[in-house]
Write a protein that binds this ligand. Structure first.
Ligand code: ADP
Ligand code: ASP
Ligand code: MG
Length: 406
C-alpha cells in the first residue's frame, strides 16, 4: 500500500457532474489499495470571478480580505467532492489549508509555505479516510488566511507529497500530460513521456500554466516525481522526475509562450554606479517581480534601462519607477503592455550551436521583430509583439520538427 497525493485542477471540476466523475476516479484508485490525499482547485474560473467581484466592491481590495475571499473557491470544491465520495459509500473528510497544517509567511497573494504539520492528515489516513485538501491556501502564525499565487494548488500538492513522503504526486488536468507546446494552440503538439525538473521549471516559468513554477522547484528539491495526466481519459501521461534518460536529455523539447508580459523603458539615464539599485530596490519592496533586465551600452555616459513585468503589475510598477526615473535625471519613462514571449527549451541546447540561428530565421521569415532576447543554459526567449506570439509558436514548432518522435 502506497501513499499517493493527487491534485485536480479547476478544469477537472467545473460542475457537479464532473465533481462526481472525479470522485469515481478517486474511488477507482482507492480500490487498488492506496492511501489517498487529494488536493483540489476552485471550480472552473471561480477564482477569476471572485477577484472581479472584489474589484467591483472596492479598488484595490484589502490584500488580507482578498486572500480570505479567494480561499473560499477551493473550500467549495473540497467540501462538494467529499460529499460526493461519502454519497458513493467512501469515508472521506475535507480539510482547509489551515486544518491540513499548511503554515505560510504573511505575504498575501504570494505567500510561501514555511512549514507543514501533517499530524491531522496522518490521523485521518490512519482511520481509513480519503483526505481532501483545499489547495492554494495556508495560514500565518497570526491565523490569517493566505493564498500562494495563481495556480498555487499545484504547489500545495507537491509540498504535501514532500511532507508526507508520498510515492508520487499525480496532477490531473484537461490535457493528457506535458506536450511539446500548448496542445490547445498547436494541434500537432506531441505528448512527452517524461521531462526533467530543469526543463519543466523553464517551461512553467515561461508561460506554460500546466504546472506552477514553485511546485516544480519544490519537486526538484525534495525529489518528488509528478505524473501529469488527464482526468478525462486513461492516457499514461507525462512523468516529471530527476532521472530522465540520456537520449532525451540531448534534445530540444518544447516551446513555451506567455502573453502576460509588459515592458518598461527608462530612457536616457546618466550611467553611474548605483542606478540599477535605486530602481530595482523599491520595485522589490513593492512586491513586484521583474523578469528580463537589459541595459544598453552607454554612449556619452547616457544609457537606457529596459525590463519586463507581468501586465497586472505594470500600473503598480510605473507608479514606483516614474518618480525615481525623474529624480535620477532620466529623459523619460515609457511602457508597452502589448508584448509576449516565446521560449525554446531543452537540455540539448547546452553547448550546441544552431538553435538560436534557426529560431531567429524562423521569426524573420514571418516578419516578426524581436524586441529583447534572454537566455539560460537550456532556454532561449524572444520578446515580441503579443499579436504575433501564436503564429510564432506554430512556426517554431514546425521549424524544430517537434511533432516527430525521436
Ligand atoms: P488546471 O485547471 O488543471 O490547473 P490549467 O488550465 O491551469 O489546468 O493548465 C492546463 C492547461 O495548460 C492546458 O489546458 C493547456 O492549454 C496549458 N498548457 C500550456 N502549455 C502546455 C504544455 N506544454 N503541455 C500541456 N499543457 C499546456
Ligand atoms: N484557484 C487558483 C487559481 O485559479 C489556484 C489554482 O487553481 O491552482 O489560480
Ligand atoms: Mg492551473
Amino acid at each position: 500500500m502506497a501513499l499517493i497525493v493527487q491534485k485536480y485542477g479547476g478544469t477537472s471540476v467545473p460542475d457537479a457532474e464532473r465533481i462526481k466523475n472525479v470522485a469515481q476516479h478517486i474511488i477507482d484508485r482507492r480500490n487498488g489499495g492506496d492511501q489517498l490525499v487529494v488536493v483540489v482547485s476552485a471550480m472552473g474560473d471561480t477564482t477569476d470571478k471572485l477577484i472581479k467581484l472584489a474589484y467591483q466592491v472596492t479598488e484595490p481590495p484589502s490584500e488580507r480580505e482578498l486572500d480570505a475571499l479567494l480561499s473560499t473557491g477551493e473550500l467549495v470544491t473540497s467540501t462538494l467532492l467529499t460529499m460526493a465520495l461519502r454519497h458513493m459509500g467512501y469515508e472521506a473528510i475535507s480539510l482547509s489549508g489551515a486544518q491540513a497544517g499548511i503554515k505560510t509567511d504573511a505575504n498575501h497573494s504570494r505567500a510561501r509555505i514555511v512549514d507543514i504539520d501533517p499530524t491531522r492528515i496522518l490521523r485521518e489516513l490512519e482511520q481509513g479516510r480519503i483526505v481532501i485538501v483545499a489547495g492554494f491556501q495556508g495560514i500565518t502564525d497570526d491565523m490569517d488566511v493566505t493564498t500562494l499565487g495563481r495556480g498555487g494548488s499545484d504547489t500545495t500538492a507537491v509540498a504535501l507529497a514532500a511532507s508526507l513522503k508520498a510515492a508520487v504526486c499525480e496532477r490531473y488536468t484537461d490535457v493528457e500530460g506535458i506536450y511539446t507546446s500548448d496542445p490547445h494552440l498547436v494541434t500537432e503538439a506531441r505528448r512527452l513521456r517524461e521531462i526533467g525538473y530543469e526543463e519543466m521549471l523553464e517551461l512553467a516559468a515561461y508561460g506554460s500554466k500546466v504546472m506552477h513554477p514553485r511546485a516544480i522547484e519544490l519537486a526538484g528539491e525534495f525529489n518528488v516525481p509528478i505524473l501529469v495526466a488527464s482526468s478525462f481519459t486513461d492516457s499514461p501521461g507525462t512523468l516529471i522526475h530527476g532521472e530522465v534518460s540520456m537520449e532525451v536529455r540531448n534534445k530540444m523539447r518544447s516551446i513555451a509562450h506567455d502573453l502576460d508580459v509588459a515592458k518598461i523603458m527608462v530612457v536616457g539615464v546618466p550611467d553611474r554606479p548605483g542606478i540599477a539599485a535605486v530602481i530595482f530596490g523599491p520595485l522589490a519592496e513593492a512586491g513586484i517581480s521583474v523578469d528580463t533586465i537589459v541595459q544598453n551600452a552607454s554612449i556619452n555616459n547616457i544609457t537606457d534601462l529596459t525590463f519586463t513585468v507581468t501586465k497586472s503589475d505594470l500600473v503598480k510598477a510605473m507608479i514606483v519607477v516614474e518618480p525615481i526615473a525623474m529624480s535620477i535625471g532620466a529623459r523619460e519613462c515609457v511602457s508597452d503592455a502589448r508584448l509576449g514571449t516565446i521560449s525554446i527549451i531543452g537540455t540539448g541546447m547546452q553547448n550546441t550551436p544552431g538553435y538560436a540561428a534557426r529560431m531567429f530565421s524562423t521569426l524573420s521569415k514571418l516578419g516578426i521583430n524581436i524586441q529583447l532576447i534572454t537566455t539560460s543554459e537550456i532556454r532561449l526567449t524572444c520578446i515580441i509583439e503579443e499579436s504575433r506570439v501564436k503564429d510564432a509558436v506554430r512556426a517554431l514548432h514546425q521549424a524544430f520538427q517537434l511533432d516527430l518522435e525521436g
